[in-house]
Ligand binder design. Structure first.
Ligand code: SF4
Length: 315
């Protein structure tokens, strides 16, 4: 499905004019000098010569079909052919900043045919049921047209707190998507476990890395890609979803991860201060990584993101 804010229009332009200006065709007769015999009265056309001019319309009159975003503050016409695979013309529009702002939704909602738009709660961590989750705390959304998006889950975003910098390790091609997130003086490499044909990255995160923690399932997405194996989409398994979880299984896993984080934080607390954290049973406070000394922050994040024991962790 394409973006509901995408519009099409016929535009006309004058190739005899020194200034190329595209004007939306209104259909009023008054606008139609270029497309009628009246073009012979046009000063710009008389300045130029054409060997076999048509009597019915100006030879320098050009018309084309364009698309544009009706919600953008400045209208920019894009040739229709260039739009065929763009974000606006595909399911990818659900991750557009403008679309998310106007649709008044923070996280992209699932498409028709996907599981009901429900977001489970794992001890305060949202777990959207239409997303696939990897043990590296990354998520995957696959649309019916094969466009997919990848980001980090709300659990990791909460544990890291504010992100100071995002650097993309992989940007194009068939790769295991990976990015380095910097939190204070700690660099963490997050990677998605399965190869994806990456078509783009969320460049807005370079200027505003905080959006990753603010909206991990929406504006904070990291990678965009395409799945060739469309036959088994959207609900079936593809190689892309090997080893991933979603729905109730993902929620249960997220709860176990909460307990694991609690244990890791308590062990770190004992090493640093010689005492365990007060056991209130909940998750450690948001931004835990920021509060730890460098070595402990590195150790905890490594253990948290380790994918060496995926099978045990997802068994
Ligand atoms: S720029 Fe965004 S809101 Fe505008 S048409 Fe494209 S996807 Fe939709």
């Amino acid at each position: 499905m394409r973006c509901p804010f995408l519009r099409e229009a016929h535009v006309q332009s004058c190739q005899a004019s020194p200034f190329r200006k595209q004007i939306v065709r209104s259909g009023h007769a008054a606008d139609d000098r270029c497309g009628s015999a009246a073009w012979r009265d046009c000063f710009a056309a008389r300045e130029l010569t054409e060997e076999h001019p048509s009597a019915g319309s100006c030879p320098f009159h050009a018309e084309s079909l364009v698309q544009y975003c009706s919600s953008a503050p400045v209208t920019k016409f894009i040739p229709w052919s260039d739009q065929a695979f763009s974000r606006c013309g595909s399911e990818s529009h659900r991750y557009c900043d403008l679309y998310l702002a106007l649709a008044r939704t923070s996280a992209p909602t699932p498409e028709t045919g996907e599981p009901a738009p429900r977001s489970d709660d794992a001890d305060g961590i949202p777990v959207p049921t239409w997303l696939w989750f990897a043990p590296s705390h990354t998520w995957l959304a696959v649309a019916s047209d094969g466009v997919c998006h990848i980001g980090v889950d709300a659990f990791l975003a909460r544990t890291l707190g504010g992100i100071d910098r995002v650097q993309f390790v992989t940007t194009k091609g068939l790769e295991r998507p990976a990015a380095v997130l910097t939190v204070r003086d700690v660099d963490l490499t997050v990677s998605f476990p399965n190869p994806v044909l990456i078509t783009g990255v969320n460049g807005a995160l370079r200027a505003d890395p905080a959006r990753l923690a603010r909206d991990p399932y929406g504006l904070g997405w990291l990678f965009e890609g395409i799945v060739r194996d469309r036959a088994s989409l959207p609900s079936g398994h593809t190689k892309l979803t090997d080893g991933l979880l979603r729905g109730d299984a993902a929620t249960a896993w997220m709860r176990r991860e909460g307990l694991r984080l609690r244990g890791l934080a308590e062990a770190a607390s004992e090493r640093i201060w010689g005492a365990r954290l007060a056991a209130d049973g909940g998750l450690p406070a948001p931004g835990l990584i920021r509060t730890l000394p460098h070595e402990e922050a590195l150790r905890l994040s490594h253990l948290l993101l380790s994918t060496a024991t995926d099978e045990e962790r997802f068994s």
